[in-house]
Design a protein around this ligand. Structure first.
Ligand SMILES: Cc1cc2ncn([C@H]3O[C@H](COP(=O)(O)O)[C@@H](O)[C@H]3O)c2cc1C
Ligand SMILES: O=C(O)c1cccnc1
Length: 337
């Protein structure tokens, strides 16, 4: 349903080639422009506003020691986001992008703070080392809550971030079970584990993976999912179906994109993969999706920081279509004149 007809694709290419530049000279920006025009159904696409949503949740698996940081950091960072102090806030503020912070299931008592959107699915997931992270009912509610968040936004694009100590482990499990890429390839340092820490994380994930086999997609998501990752997946599907540009961040957000694309392959034309993360498993996951990231900045943070940083480039691509003169407008001779 988001597919572009061959006729319209040709029309878009002509519109790009009529601009006052040698054909193809804006490189990747031209590819982004074509993608945006196709998604928005116009060679003059409206792409003025972006809305950044950060989903936060905790992971039962964190108690096994899969992160370099303690679980309490998830809640502390939620308060930091609300106080405008995190990297994602700083980048969003620079770009005039509003930020919504969602409690998707942070451990402990519910956080009461002005501005926080509560979609709590529990006080963190259960540890998938010994049983499912969540029930089938909670999975459905989590995906639906994400869709509600996207449906409530009137922005032309959405960028998504996450916060959840231990969520590189959860992302790794989801990607492994959904793609079959082996855990050793996917398991990385997250917040900064040393080699010993990574070996320990891998051993835990191998044990958790061996617990199940032959699962359906929804069973995989309920067995190994994280609330923030799955809520982001639900939001990505809805945002894409509303023809919003979906800016996909790093390793964790790409696991959410994989979930979204597994459940709704038709939404692919809405997705822009912002950057290549330093997290070990990101490249293999992007390759599996045949996705080409726009930036390579050595980021390994999450929060949607890379997705925010690509927004000015995506906007510039739309501006190129909307505001750049054609050869005819400017009275400039074309290549073959
Ligand atoms: C202060 C701080 C701020 C963060 N912001 C994002 N993350 C990132 O690190 C976490 C994933 O790494 P792991 O799986 O190793 O726990 C996620 O919360 C992710 O968003 C942060 C981590 C920390 C410590
Ligand atoms: O790429 C990411 O999303 C990432 C990598 C490391 C830690 N947190 C997030």
């Amino acid at each position: 349903m988001l597919e572009v007809s061959a006729e319209f694709a040709a029309e878009i290419q002509t519109a790009i080639d009529m601009k006052t530049k040698p054909p193809g000279s804006l490189g990747r920006i031209e590819e982004l422009a074509a993608q945006i025009a196709g998604l928005k159904g116009s060679v003059k696409p409206q792409l003025e506003t972006c809305h950044h949503v950060i989903f936060a949740a905790d992971h039962g698996i964190a108690s096994e020691g899969v992160s370099a940081f303690p679980q309490a950091v998830t809640q502390q960072m939620v308060l930091n986001f609300l106080n405008n102090g995190a990297a994602a806030n700083v980048f969003a503020n620079r770009l005039d992008v509003p930020v919504t912070v969602v409690d998707a299931g942070v451990a402990g008592d519910p956080i009461v703070a002005p501005g926080l959107v509560s979609k709590r699915m529990g006080a963190g997931t259960d540890s998938y080392l010994s049983g499912p992270a969540m029930s089938a009912e909670t999975l459905a509610a989590t995906l639906a809550a994400g869709a509600e968040i996207a449906a409530a936004s009137d922005a032309d694009a959405m960028s998504f971030g996450e916060m959840g100590i231990g969520n590189t482990a959860t992302a790794t499990m989801l990607i492994h079970k959904l793609t079959g890429v082996d855990l050793a390839t996917l398991t990385g340092r997250g917040t900064g584990l040393d080699d010993e820490g990574v070996a320990r994380k891998l051993a835990i994930l191998e044990k958790a993976a061996a617990r199940t086999s032959d699962l359906s997609v929804d069973e995989i998501l309920a067995e190994y999912g994280g609330f923030e990752i799955l809520m982001m997946a639900g939001a990505m599907i809805k945002a894409a179906e509303m023809r919003k540009v979906v800016l996909v961040d790093g390793f964790i957000a790409t696991s959410a994109a994989l979930v979204a694309l597994t459940k709704a392959p038709h939404i692919r034309p809405a997705m822009i993969f912002a950057h290549l993360s330093e997290e070990a498993g990101h490249i293999a996951t992007l390759n599996h999706l045949d996705a080409k990231p726009v930036l390579n900045l050595g980021l390994r943070l999450g929060e949607g920081t890379g997705a925010l940083l690509v927004w000015p480039l995506v906007r510039a691509a739309a501006d190129m279509l909307n505001n750049m003169a054609t050869f005819a407008d400017a009275g400039i001779s074309g290549k073959d004149d």
